[in-house]
Design a protein around this ligand. Structure first.
Ligand SMILES: N[C@@H](CCC(=O)N[C@@H](CS)C(=O)NCC(=O)O)C(=O)O
Length: 197
């Protein structure tokens, strides 16, 4: 069985959902209950996945590891569909995730309220620009993966929830909202939600 180090609602939830989509059993370990988490990940971040004697880090790497190991319909084995799915995975993990991380950083480090509001506004502009790209890609299809979710859809459905932690409206776009509702309605997402509560 896999062990997944997580924080409730964090990006680790996408790995949790993916494991359930793949029909895998997972033992969840809240990072905050581990006294020496730095031994597993010196960066202190989740997700960390333990598979036997392997300790794996970095969300996108975990996604590719799991999809390479278990038969699935989330990622094509080769060709243009695979290339697009990996581009979308990186758009989510390497662009949208850091864009949201700016909001958390600002809240932790900017004490002046006016400066904080200006920082939030600039960060939200960047986030909305990225959602617009995703929204455009969803114009003709429910998921970035087409009729089936791709890994990026799972990640984005988790990230979209982070806006609720801040006193700002973040425009996602109607296609994005439709995709997120569809991902969140999936049994794997619901199961992960309950398990992390
Ligand atoms: N590049 C890393 C980023 C991971 C990351 O930033 N994780 C956040 C949660 S979404 C975290 O663990 N933050 C530390 C904390 O909240 O204690 C990845 O994709 O795995």
């Amino acid at each position: 069985m896999y062990q997944l180090y997580y924080l409730p609602g964090a990006c680790s939830k996408a790995i949790h959902v993916l494991l359930l989509e793949l029909g895998q059993q997972v033992e969840l370990i809240n990072k905050n209950t581990v006294s020496d988490f730095a031994a597993l990940n010196p960066l202190g971040t989740v997700p960390v996945l333990v598979d036997g004697d392997k300790v794996l880090r970095e969300g996108a790497a975990l996604v590719l590891y799991l999809l390479g190991k278990h038969p699935n319909s989330l990622l094509a084995a080769s060709g243009v569909a695979r290339e697009q799915a990996i581009e979308n995975l990186m758009l989510a993990n390497a662009s949208l995730h850091p864009a949201y991380a700016k909001l958390f950083f600002l809240r932790a480090h900017i004490l002046d309220e006016t400066a904080l509001a200006a920082g939030y506004q600039a960060a939200v502009q960047g986030i909305e620009q990225l959602w617009q790209v995703v929204d455009d890609r969803l114009a003709q299809q429910l998921y970035l993966g087409g009729e089936q979710p791709s890994p990026a859809d799972l990640l984005l459905a988790v990230y979209a929830g982070w806006g609720g932690y801040f006193p700002l409206a973040i425009k996602l776009g109607s296609n994005v909202e439709r995709m997120i509702a569809a991902v969140r309605a999936r049994p794997a997402f619901q199961q992960a939600l309950i398990a992390e509560q």
